[in-house]
Design a protein around this ligand. Structure first.
Ligand code: FUC
Length: 810
């Protein structure tokens, strides 16, 4: 019988999330997606709900959010700051850029839901044997149960190659499938009807602030039946006595790019639908799995031989606080990779605050792009976990922002180049958002553009660098024009600005020369200088950057031994703020090193101690990375444990929901991605002159392997460890060049000979890290660099395409 067209796939149970009940709420539902189309699956028995998303369904219309020339206002605030009138400066900033949206402007628009597909089943009788799962090995979710002696099964996935969501319903006896299909949407403007044997939902994105909703979308649900009858009603479809049904869900919108809405939603939805109706379910599924596994299978992580898969995932999470379950950590790691593969594909939009999964018209923080940490964090796993091409949507957004951001640079700062503030949306707005407290941070472009340089360091792709160099340069140009001399030391600083979302005195965040800003400008200048050297262009411009770079403020150590967050020693030891922006220099940047500037390293540790562990989800995810960079595996693991604390829908603290979504709270996807990257960072690091093996392995991760992680310089790393020591390492060199290894072990090659001890600077250009000046007070400081003798450093000259294997000396 055709309902047995199962594809034979072996299912290693370590990569499965499963539950014994349907989802009660969003944070129990399971996400599927292909970057563009997303679904949240509730797996109800009588009523199944699938929440539908398409990544370009946002409120509003094209256009930036800068209504006038603000230069004089900025100048006035700058002057107040340099005169030490900080409170007045903050008041003035809030007057010019009020907290609530001014009538003639907007603060960015929300990402919105398409609506819901409802499947209502008839004739069920006391269903038993219920199971709902998400197999992230092949990106297929399923629901199964038994009713009236019949075993029912549903499978769900969203195919990237075919651009449709596929839901396959089967029963193990003929003529058992009886259900109806309905679509609805909370969108103010929408219509549901039936058309050519499909159910159709058309709608328009919402009006928001001063913007009119202009996104049009079209959703088609087409059932393909084996046996049985399809009954077409006015706005529902019914299926009677079918043997097997494949539902194809296709969505199109009019969005072409951030300023062009000339695509035809119906045509797009129809085209994808037509193509996929010609394929069998088996082919759709096989093509989907092949495409997905091509990405997913690049990395494997094993932390324990024991896979605790006999209890539902929510129960495992609940027990995690008290019982060791290391395969839950590797599942969580791979789930982060699954989420990136499912929410960010080349040619599409970058993952937003909720990836692509949102069931509201007005989600938290509009589910847009918050770029003072969140959007960047989404992409931390991209390179190191070998999903480099999934970084592309972010680069493509940068191409847009480098255009729209010229308006904010000109109108707000009278500067050349481009900039943006702390948020953007699908229309690529670059002006101030959320008013003159949270919004006065002209650094979004500085942080986002780091990703361009990092992609180059991992891939060595010169063509890519050539293409994106103008964006780096134009962002550097903005800071060349905008930097000011501060009154006390004549250092070059950004003013006004803030240390994201934090304040240094009651209600006052606005200031100049914050540590993070200085670190960011340092990186912007440095990346541009380095890129111009690689491309052998623009040396005159970059010579001027070198001069300015030397005049940026140094990082400073404050009276509590902490790394100062501000240009003055305003830090409070009791400050638990979720943003630890001034440690940007520790991670993701590489300006603080235990080997090069140990006093700063020590000060960063003091800062981490003051801030504490417990916080919002993403903040804990960042701290996993920080402690990994502190080379403290046990503390990093402690943070993972804190982050993997089960929280339920509506809980007010950070942690992890039953569906393994990160809880800010509420759900925010950055914490998933941050922690995934942090786990990789515990196993290899490649930012500080060498490829460091097991830099932060916790005591209880005594044996395991990580295969396929990527390091800067294009090295792919397969690592096995035992008794907490590197056992063997296999490195594929995709670019050639010197491989410098840092490890606590004595490593030998196949002949049993110890590797060549490293000397001098690493000649590999992808490993040459520029360090910012020592802090002012460091000359008196006693702190010595981390003993290099603790580590072995080896140099191995490598050839492109060759594989190198080493193991521990017995
Ligand atoms: C930043 C954070 C918040 C939240 C928001 C989306 O503003 O400070 O915690 O993550 O982004």
């Amino acid at each position: 019988m055709s309902c047995n067209t199962e594809v034979a796939i072996t299912k290693p149970s370590e990569n499965i999330l499963w539950y014994d009940k349907p989802a009660n709420n969003w944070n129990e539902a399971l996400p599927i997606g292909n970057g563009r189309i997303g679904g949240m699956l509730f797996g109800g028995i009588e009523n199944d709900r699938i929440k539908l998303n398409e990544e370009t369904v946002w409120a509003g219309e094209p256009g930036n959010n800068i209504t006038k020339d603000y230069y004089q206002d900025v100048e006035n605030i700058r002057k107040l700051l340099f005169d030490g009138k900080y409170e007045e400066a903050q008041e003035s900033a809030l007057e010019v850029f009020p907290k609530s949206t001014p009538e003639d402007n907007n603060y960015g628009v929300p990402y919105q839901t398409v609506g819901n597909l409802n499947i209502t089943f008839n004739n069920l009788n006391n269903p038993t044997n219920y199971r709902r799962d998400l197999d992230i090995e092949n990106a297929v979710s399923s629901v199964s149960y038994t009713s009236n002696g019949v075993n029912f099964k549903r499978e769900y996935f969203v195919s990237f190659p075919d651009q449709v969501m596929v839901i396959h319903l089967t029963a193990d006896k003929p003529k058992q499938l009886n259900f109806s299909l309905g679509l609805n949407s909370p969108q103010n403007t929408h219509i549901v009807k039936t058309e050519n044997g499909a159910l159709k939902l058309t709608g328009t994105g919402g009006d928001y602030e001063n913007k009119t909703g202009k996104i049009k979308f079209s959703t088609l649900v087409y059932p393909k039946l084996t046996g049985g009858d399809l009954i077409t009603n006015e706005n529902t479809l019914s299926i009677k006595n079918a043997d097997e049904v494949t539902l194809l869900v296709s969505i199109g919108t009019n969005f072409k790019n951030y300023k062009d809405l000339s695509n035809l939603p119906d045509k797009i939805a129809n085209n994808y639908l037509e193509k996929s109706t010609k394929k069998s379910f088996k082919d759709l599924k096989e093509d989907h799995i092949e495409d997905y596994q091509n990405l997913f299978h690049r990395v494997s992580l094993k932390l324990s031989e024991q896979v605790n898969d006999s209890i539902p995932t929510n129960k495992r999470l609940e027990q995690f606080a008290t019982q060791e379950d290391l395969s839950l950590v590797s599942l969580y790691f791979q789930f982060g990779r699954y989420l990136l593969i499912s929410s960010s594909r080349p040619g599409g939009q970058p993952a937003n605050l909720q990836g692509i999964w949102n069931d509201r018209l007005s989600p938290p923080w509009d589910s847009k792009y918050t770029v003072n940490i969140n959007t960047e964090m989404n992409y931390w796993p991209a390179e190191v976990t070998n999903l480099s091409e999934l970084h592309e949507p972010l680069f493509s957004m940068l191409e847009d922002l480098a255009v729209t951001g010229q308006e904010s640079a000109q109108k707000m700062y009278h500067a050349k180049g481009w900039n943006m503030h702390h948020n953007t949306d699908i229309w690529r707005v670059t002006g101030m958002i959320d008013g003159g407290f949270y919004g006065f941070w002209p650094m979004g472009g500085a942080w986002l553009s780091q990703h361009l340089w990092q992609h180059y360091l991992f891939t060595g792709d010169k063509k890519f660098l050539e293409k994106y160099y103008p964006i780096l340069k134009s962002n550097a140009q903005f800071y060349v024009d905008v930097l000011q001399r501060e009154p006390e030391n004549d250092w070059l600083v950004v003013a006004p600005s803030m240390s994201p979302e934090n304040k240094y005195m009651g209600g006052v965040g606005i200031t100049y020369g914050t540590t993070m800003d200085n670190q960011l400008v340092f990186d912007v200048f440095n990346n541009t200088i380095k890129a111009s050297e690689v491309l052998e262009i623009d040396s005159e411009f970059t010579d001027s950057l070198k001069v300015m770079k030397a005049q940026l403020p140094p990082m400073q150590i404050g009276k509590y031994g902490q790394l100062q967050e501000w240009i003055k020693d305003w830090d409070r030891p009791g400050d638990k703020h979720r943003h630890i922006s001034h440690l940007y220099g520790l991670h993701p940047s590489a300006q603080i090193s235990p080997f090069k500037n140990p006093d700063l390293f020590k000060a960063a540790e003091q800062t981490l101690e003051f801030r504490g562990d417990i916080s919002t989800g993403w903040s804990m995810g960042w701290k996993v990375n920080f402690w990994a960079r502190m080379l403290n595996g046990n503390r990093a693991y402690q943070l993972i444990k804190t982050q993997l604390t089960l929280v339920e829908d509506g809980t007010e603290s950070g942690g992890t929901y039953p569906n393994l979504f990160d809880a800010h709270p509420p759900f925010q996807i950055d914490g998933n991605f941050g922690c995934t990257a942090g786990i990789a960072e515990m196993l290899i690091q490649s930012h500080d002159e060498a490829l460091h093996l097991l830099p932060a392995l916790p005591d209880n991760w005594s044996e395991g392997h990580a295969k396929g992680l990527k390091a800067r310089g294009g090295f792919e790393v397969d690592l096995t460890w035992n008794a907490n020591r590197v056992e063997s390492v296999k490195i594929t060199s995709t670019l050639g060049g010197n491989l410098r290894l840092r490890t606590t072990e004595t490593l030998v090659n196949d002949d049993g000979n110890e590797l060549t001890i490293a000397t001098g600077e690493n000649p590999n250009s992808f490993y040459q890290t520029p360090y910012i000046k020592q802090p002012l007070i460091s000359e008196e400081a006693e702190i010595k660099p981390l003993e290099l003798a603790t580590y072995h450093m080896y140099d191995i000259p490598t050839k492109k395409g060759k594989v190198y294997e080493f193991h521990i000396k017995n």
